[in-house]
Design a protein around this ligand. Sequence first.
Ligand code: SF4
Length: 446
Amino acid sequence: MVHSSSQLWAKHIMDDIHVKAQLGRYPLRGFSTFQRVPHFDELVFLSTGLTRVPLEGYKEKCNTRTVIGSRFAKEPLILETPIYISGMSFGALSRSAKAALGKGASKVGTATCTGDGGQCEDERKFSDKLIYQILPSRYGFNPRHMLGAQALEVLVGQGAKPGSGGLLMGKKISAVIAEQRDLPEGIDQRSPTRHPDWFGPDDLSIKIEQLREATDGRIPIHIKLAACRVRDDVKIAAKIGADAIVIDGMQGGTGASPDVMLDHTAIPTMASVTAAREALEEIGLYGKVSLIISGGIRNGADAAKALALGADAVAIGQAALIALNCNKHIPGVTDYPKEVGVEAGYCRYCDTGKCPVGITTQDPKLEARLDPDEAGDRVANFLNAMTMEMALIARSVGKSDVHSLEPEDLAALTMEASLMTKVPLAGTDYRPWENGKKSHGGKKCI
Ligand code: SF4
């Protein structure tokens, strides 16, 4: 006789306990959270009817050009699309993957970001616009590389593992990566969690000034935060001088993280946008400090919804890797069951260095499976398709600029989404968050 399954002690819970009982430690993995959390699918656009006139797709242009960091920087980051590639380290990713991301981003006039571990030569060579990350680890940090960047990003936290440092397993620390990071080859590496030269907002404001002075105030300085106490963090980051703030929600991807951090820390990306926008509105800096959202952005609809809620741009990581070929079976080349133990589509083993498609590996034989030119074309195609989706949505709600999308263009499909975003539930005008207070008052329209 088979008893029905227990909700509390489900099979995957028992498997988890068996693994911990055997290993005596917590499990690690790549990819992103397995939790089912509210996401942008729970919002829809209210396209035109008799109240709004749509734009004609073939005749009327929709602007996607995006300016980031014009608050203080003499040379803000100008992108042809409000989507760029988020920071992923050379080490977590292969050289070919970094080169392909740079090529793809440059083809569509957008930027890539270095991530931990310093600047990969090929990434710099092929990226017209490169954001240089300043991290607690300082692995591979080089002031000359910093001076050559088009923006700086001070990483305070990331959504996949807020409050804990990066991980790079020994199998991925090849001789090249070991030299770049000044680490022993083949030994598991944990990046520090906190920056060694600042401990709080006062110190960080001095650091921001130092970076601004070092770069002659030329390029924007971003602060990247994991989506946790979003309102307070955004206000602090804005007040200490950030040109742009990046909020990374709990759906953010990673090359390696403890399971427990991926699934039980940070708040959903969708919930963070409204909180961040309202925080900037409350201190009068909305529209002055650029707001960038990342964490589980999969398509033009997700990106358009983030912009409608208040973001100026989005950054993509996992989606860009999937465009490179992550989880795709290549006949005659890959054998997922033999190489990682699961079929293509179910691989989450970026931490192992065994990536069947050459993206998250330092094994030369595996890396040879990724052609940077072809992969770069796929990334460019994907970015173009996402941008076109955004423009299509914007036209359908009567907007000639994707930055003119606003919360009033949206309806929520669930109570959770409605309360998190302050967008009324579809078919209702129920606004329990208002309590006599006007919301969405500060959204700029172009
Ligand atoms: S295919 Fe490669 S990049 Fe994708 S999840 Fe597997 S190991 Fe990671």
